[in-house]
Design a protein around this ligand. Structure first.
Ligand SMILES: [Fe+2]
Ligand SMILES: [Fe+2]
Length: 208
């Protein structure tokens, strides 16, 4: 843990056990956002990575409210903010280095599981189980693609962006080629949503 982090600023995860599909998780309720952002900025220096983290945080908070998890907004947001914590410095160990970094910073196993689950079948074998984990898996790549479509518009904004504009670019494999369509589609399937619903909701989340 970095010396500059006072122990009092650590995340606590002592609010009791929550059963998720037969397993029990400690749910972190006292998320200190300042601590989470400080950790993000310790391990991420590139502007693109910081902006991606902030976007996914915002999107996760919106989905928490939308899907009936308003009380867990801070937790969903922290997962979004920290999900790529290890990617810039340890790209070869993505989602495998994260547990060590997050544990050392005082985060709970629930948050660590959620963060790692977005690398399911890509870098790790941690399956998205909680609704929040499935949302993260589905929106991570999609926010990049939607952001790229928005940048092509005169407004450079998602505020006037429609699903059909995203779908048109989505079908062009070379457009935002780094945003994996199979991952996005697998995420939509995990949620039981079709692609239009996922894209529509994610646009609304990015507008929030
Ligand atoms: Fe990632
Ligand atoms: Fe990401």
């Amino acid at each position: 843990m970095p010396a500059w982090l006072p122990s009092a600023a650590r995340i606590t995860s002592d609010a009791g056990l929550v059963a998720i599909r037969g397993r029990e998780f400690l749910m972190s309720t006292a998320i200190d956002r300042g601590h989470a952002e400080a950790l993000l900025r310790t391990y991420n220096k590139e502007d693109y990575h910081i902006r991606h983290a902030l976007t996914v945080e915002k999107v996760m908070r919106w989905f928490a409210g939308e899907l009936g998890y308003a009380r867990e907004k801070d937790f969903w947001g922290a997962v979004g903010l920290l999900h790529d914590i290890d990617f810039e410095m340890f790209p070869e160990e993505h989602c495998r280095k994260a547990p060590e970094i997050l544990r050392e910073a005082g985060f709970g196993e629930d948050l660590i599981h959620a963060v790692c689950s977005h690398g399911y079948e890509l870098t790790v074998d941690v399956k998205p189980e909680h609704m929040m984990e499935k949302v993260l898996y589905a929106v991570d790549e999609l926010t990049g693609l939607i952001g790229a479509v928005a940048l092509m518009r005169p407004s450079k904004s998602v505020m006037d962006l429609e699903v059909k504009s995203v779908k048109k670019k989505y079908k062009i494999p070379n457009f935002a080629a780094g945003c994996s369509r199979p991952v996005i589609e697998k995420g939509a399937a995990m949620l039981g949503w079709d692609l239009d619903e996922l894209i529509g909701k994610t646009i609304l989340a990015m507008r929030s």
